[in-house]
Design a protein around this ligand. Structure first.
Ligand code: FAD
Ligand code: NA
Length: 381
């Protein structure tokens, strides 16, 4: 730490992108501190030892972006496959394409509908609730897509995601429920999409592989912060509340539990992600990781499936999705004031800004922090 020009806390996409930029563009010495036993943050993946199938350790990660600069940048560290993500859902014994599209609606009503007819039907159902008098998440959802689609595809899933009856959840948790009035069932709308050809771990390791970048694993910055010499800038991508010792209270997060199994069959569900919309099935979805890489030579008699369960994060759980209730936003505003008063610390990333960021957003945001604030700071004096 004594010889570092820059200290980065956290080796996720945000931290590693900042480190790579400072080393490559300015020739600065960067020390990256990582609490976990591996680098890469939540995008990290491993090859399941029995099958060789790549499993994303913190939940399935699909890369997609419409940002040309990000797309050019990431391809310096990895090539991408042509994978296109599609998701299906099981609802009351039937399988439907997601997100809700014209195919979903036609199958649901059991008849052919044109886009105009489907729109009219959903509008008629949604009219049940006046959007001006929406008191909870259920009302909000019905005001957007109507009760039949809500009950088939949203209610049970939402209840499982939050472990709370949707009538007791605040309406602001959802701002929109996209319905596509065409047969497009690609999950993402972005210009570029794919998965790293030799996996996320290889991509993240190449991003960190610069002679001026040193990643130190299993070190919590909060235990060593006193060793950072005065005046050395710190980019902090850990949880914002933890940095300040939870002085303003804890920010709310949702976490996920994963239950992984190797099964003695070649194909469990025929696709990578199957959602389970019904409340009597305890998991929210099942990932079958072989389907993310149909181009790979995976075993034909074994497969890896991961059931996902969702709940509110308790102290010690991995924080995954910000809950962002009205109280969380008040607490966040107070932490932002405290953060603004720390001249040497740059707060970034998913945890450091209490924001859900996709990988491409974390990378873009790291690039703009470097360009707009950090580069000047590292070259001054
Ligand atoms: P992280 O990856 O979380 O990295 C932060 C790092 O900081 C971690 O390694 C942590 O251990 C470390 N750290 C924290 N505190 C300390 C400390 N005090 N000292 C040292 N180290 C510390 N994005 C997509 O584009 N597509 C997807 O499909 C997708 N799916 C996702 C699914 C889930 C379940 C989750 C949670 C995220 C998903 N993302 C996805 C988002 C993606 O994971 C993030 O964009 C990405 O991880 C970059 O975030 P980051 O660097 O800000 O944070
Ligand atoms: Na290195």
């Amino acid at each position: 730490l004594a010889s570092a020009d820059l200290v980065v806390v956290g080796s996720g996409f945000f931290g590693l992108t900042v480190a790579e930029r400072a080393a490559t563009e300015l020739g600065k010495r960067v020390v990256v501190l990582e609490r976990r036993a591996h680098l890469g943050g939540n995008a990290w993946s491993e090859f399941e030892p029995e099958t060789g199938i790549e499993v994303h350790r913190y939940g399935a990660h699909l890369f997609h972006t419409s940002n040309q600069r990000v797309w050019d940048y990431v391809r310096r560290f990895t090539d991408f496959t042509g994978y296109q993500h599609r998701v299906f859902t099981v609802s009351k014994g039937q399988t439907f394409p997601m997100p809700i599209n014209l195919g979903t609606i036609c199958q649901f009503v059991g008849q052919h509908l044109s886009p105009t007819e489907a729109r009219a039907l959903v509008r008629e159902h949604a009219a049940e609730i006046d959007p001006a008098h929406v008191g909870n998440l259920e009302d909000k959802a019905i005001s957007l897509i109507g009760r039949p689609l809500y009950e088939a595809f949203v209610r049970g899933y939402t209840e499982k995601q939050w472990q709370t009856d949707p009538r007791e959840l605040p309406p602001e948790i959802i701002s929109r429920l996209p319905v596509r009035y065409n047969f497009d069932n690609r999950y993402f709308n972005d210009t570029f999409e794919g998965l790293p050809v030799d996996g996320y771990a290889a991509w993240l390791e190449r991003l960190a592989d610069h002679p001026l970048v040193e990643v130190v694993l299993e070190v919590d910055y909060l235990d060593v912060r006193g060793l950072v010499p005065a005046g050395v800038p710190v980019v902090y991508t850990g949880p914002l509340d933890t940095y300040f010792g939870d002085a303003e209270g804890r920010l709310g997060w949702r976490t996920l539990d994963f239950q992984q199994e190797v099964l003695p069959i070649g194909d469990f569900q025929g696709t990578s992600v199957m959602n389970y919309a019904d409340s009597d099935v305890p998991w929210t979805r099942i990932h079958e990781f072989r389907h993310f890489h149909p181009e790979r030579d995976y075993p034909e008699d074994r497969t890896v499936v991961v059931r996902e369960y969702s709940r509110t994060a308790e102290p010690g759980d991995e924080p995954y999705y910000p809950i962002s209730t009205a109280r969380d936003r008040e607490v966040l505003a107070r932490y932002r004031e405290r953060a603004a008063a720390e001249p040497d610390v740059f707060f970034g990333g998913r945890l450091g800004t209490y924001q859900y960021l996709d990988m491409h957003m974390a990378i873009a945001s790291a690039m703009s922090m470097f360009d707009n604030r950090l580069a000047a700071r590292l070259t001054e004096g």
